[in-house]
Design a protein around this ligand. Sequence first.
Ligand code: ATP
Length: 407
Amino acid sequence: MSVFLDKEYYNLLSDDSKFALEQSILIAEKLGINIYLIGGIVRDFIMNNKIKDIDVAVQGDVVLFAKELVEQTNCEIINIQDKLRTAKVKFESGVEIDFASTRKEIYLSSGILPQACDFGCDLIDDVRRRDFTINTLALKLTGSDKFLLIDYFNGYQDIVNKKIRILHEKSFVDDPSRIIRAIKFKIRFNFDIEENTYVQMQQYLNNVDKKMPLERIKSELRQLFSIDNYNTYNEIIKSNAYKLISDNPIREINIDRINEILSYDLYDKSEFWFILICCLIINSDFAYSRLNMTAFERKVLFETKELLSVHEISINDNEKIYKLFNNKIDLSIALYYIISGEKSVIKFLNVLKQIKVLITGKDLIELGFIPSAYFNELFDKILKEKLRGKLKTKEEEKKFIQKFLKK
Ligand code: ATP
């Protein structure tokens, strides 16, 4: 039985988006090719979710299609990938649509981007390359059967039953980042991972390929950890998905410590995902080199490991606390606190971090000191006194330092 999606679904789109699609439909019909809304957008129509991205599958050559669109309407191509036959087009209203030629994908090796081929293929072959049944739905935009819902894998029923289901048994072997995507959809939509899908997932996780590239996994984890950082972390541990990048994750992160450290405004909140990735990998060596970390990310991880290797920090030893944390990246300090719960961090942030030597080199010269590397020693002496709670004012610092001039 053919199911036509009610026009009211289409009304979840803004007028500008609808107009952009109508313009696209006219061009497709002129070229005699079919186009379809596909993937997340159709899923979100059915679930009555807010629409984020508009993805359109073009059963033909997207480059030709996009060029015709530009010629006939007031839109511009903002990104075109000749090799993958995708084009991002911005319409006059500002609406952006991602167009992609239908294609097949062949996986040659686990975790490595698949080879794309057979551009302009039948829709079913394009749909076969997708991750879960809920993302396989297509809505036909052209022809006499406009708004026909095309559902080759029973995705509609899985949406209704709230199930995340892979399309074939090798799905996670082909692309292990789908494990993180499954967890993302589970949490975002409050769906269940269907039984056999869960079994396949565990089978893969018991036999992770420790050499595969981790870029996609890192990028999916980044997205996942920006939904809701506490539940997602627990889910990554509970589902064993951590095994994709770590042998020995920190199993429980303390929500009170996270909230406490957040209140210090130590770093941009958008960096929080990285703290969670670090909690997964900090005690494990296997993923470091393959996670494609930036120099900054590597430094945070290195500094935190260094801090964690320090034994016993007496809460009263201000000098040691200061030396330990001063000049460390704020994100490293936050990560260290979340992992260790070390109270000296709080003392550093509340009190010691604010302590600064007030006199300058110029002041020392005025006092009669000859400029030299010895200045650093002098500043250090003052700092030590200040960390002991002495020398509150600049005058007191000057008076203290004069002793060393006489000698
Ligand atoms: P979101 O709402 O997070 O954007 P989405 O389903 O649109 O969800 P995207 O990551 O934008 O997700 O991907 C677009 C489509 O591409 C998906 O609907 C899915 O069909 C397909 N896709 C994305 N990643 C994979 C993957 N790793 N394997 C197979 N198909 C994928």
